[in-house]
Design a binder for this molecule. Structure first.
Ligand code: IPM
Ligand code: MG
Length: 356
């Protein structure tokens, strides 16, 4: 098959890790007879520096006419003082909105070989962690009405949480569909004891659940969910929640695996077009030094094969290659421990290609 891939390296270690992901893609192409046409586009801080805006229109058009998008990372101290809508991060929100990527999949998996990196008690870690966080990505407070005004006590600012039936329905459906391919359990996280938007959210999730009688559904308030995630992480399978709560809980879920440098993500919409990126940030302090862990980006490529191209074999091949390299005790600095072999970004990419 032939695929057009938009590459958005972005800032910091973004280009470092993307280079390795492309290596892996080419290797998969050779082995399974696919060809890829890569086009690079500007996004984030580099785009601000070169063309004066974080998300140039050519980047949006380029992504929209591609089969899939791979993004490195955006942001850095250099651009921290810019106003909110001109910061590199604004490009991320713009891409999600413009490409209609309403479903964000963030798997948090504790790899066997990295069990020691888990910050939880060994008796909890030993039960394993394999959670798929399904975060709504183009609605809620991130995209709601906001502003500033003069109030009775001086200046005020507000952001609004608003969800339509359609927005909740489609994300709930995504969660149930994914659960059907996993352990058939969905945990809905909301704040229905306080928020009206959550009460609507929950009622729609209950409606959608009727189409998936095989899936076990439970509901947690977000404060309780944040506790249960560290108390009984092994009891979670698919967790579905709003944009805001998902932002927070996906960081928590990734931290309990001890290796944020390992975690991929997929952002999906109605069609096949998806955006795939590592969960970690741009880590400007180690950019260009061959120190970054490319595994999260490489595993994001695996997700691309699975979710955008429906090529499960290719996806599994990449995941198995990563496992093999970890089991052979190779580590980048972020996941290094005693008795392991420390390797750089490029070497890690080469090892994964070899293991394919
Ligand atoms: C994430 C990030 C972004 C978000 C920021 C950088 C805008 O934290 O992808 O989780 O809040 O969605
Ligand atoms: Mg976040």
């Amino acid at each position: 098959m032939e695929f057009r891939i938009a590459l958005l390296p972005g800032d910091g270690i973004g280009p470092d890790v993307l280079e390795q992901a492309v290596k892996v893609l080419k290797a998969i192409g050779n082995r399974y007879n696919h060809s890829f046409q890569f086009t690079e586009y500007l996004v984030g801080g580099v785009a601000i520096d070169q063309v004066g805006q974080p998300l140039p229109p050519e980047t949006i058009d380029g992504c929209l006419t591609s089969d899939s998008v791979i993004l490195g990372a955006v942001g850095g101290p250099k651009w921290d003082d810019l106003p909110g809508d001109q910061r590199p991060e604004a490009a991320l929100l713009g891409l999600r909105g413009k490409l209609g990527l309403y479903a964000n999949l963030r798997p948090a998996v504790l790899h066997n070989a990295l069990r020691d990196a888990c910050p939880l008690r060994p008796d909890i870690a030993s039960k394993g962690i394999d959670i798929m966080v399904v975060r709504e990505l183009t609605g809620g407070m991130y995209f709601g009405d906001r502003g500033r005004r003069q109030g009775p006590m001086g200046q005020e600012a507000w952001d609004t949480e608003c969800y339509s039936v359609e927005e909740v329905e489609r994300i709930a459906r995504t969660a149930f569909e994914i659960a059907m391919k996993r352990k058939k359990k969905v945990t809905n996280v909301d704040k229905a004891n306080v928020l009206e938007s959550s009460r609507l959210w929950r009622s729609i999730v209950l409606e959608v659940a009727k189409d998936y009688p095989e899936v076990e559904l439970d509901h947690l308030y977000v404060d309780n969910a944040s506790m249960q995630l560290i108390r009984i992480p092994h009891e979670f399978d698919v967790l579905v929640t709003t944009n805001m709560f998902g932002d927070i809980l996906s960081d928590e879920a990734s931290m309990i695996t001890g290796s944020i440098g390992m975690l991929p993500s997929a952002s999906l919409g109605k069609g096949k077009l998806g955006m795939y990126e590592p969960i970690h940030g741009s880590a400007p302090d180690i950019a260009g030094q061959d120190k970054a862990n490319p595994i999260a980006t490489i595993l994001s490529v695996a997700m691309m094969f699975r979710y955008s191209f429906d090529l499960e074999e290719e996806a599994t091949a990449i995941e198995n290659a990563v496992t093999k390299v970890l089991e052979a005790r190779y580590r980048t600095g972020d996941i290094m421990s005693e008795g392991m072999t420390l390797v750089g970004t490029k070497k890690m990419g080469d090892l994964i290609v070899e293991a394919l």
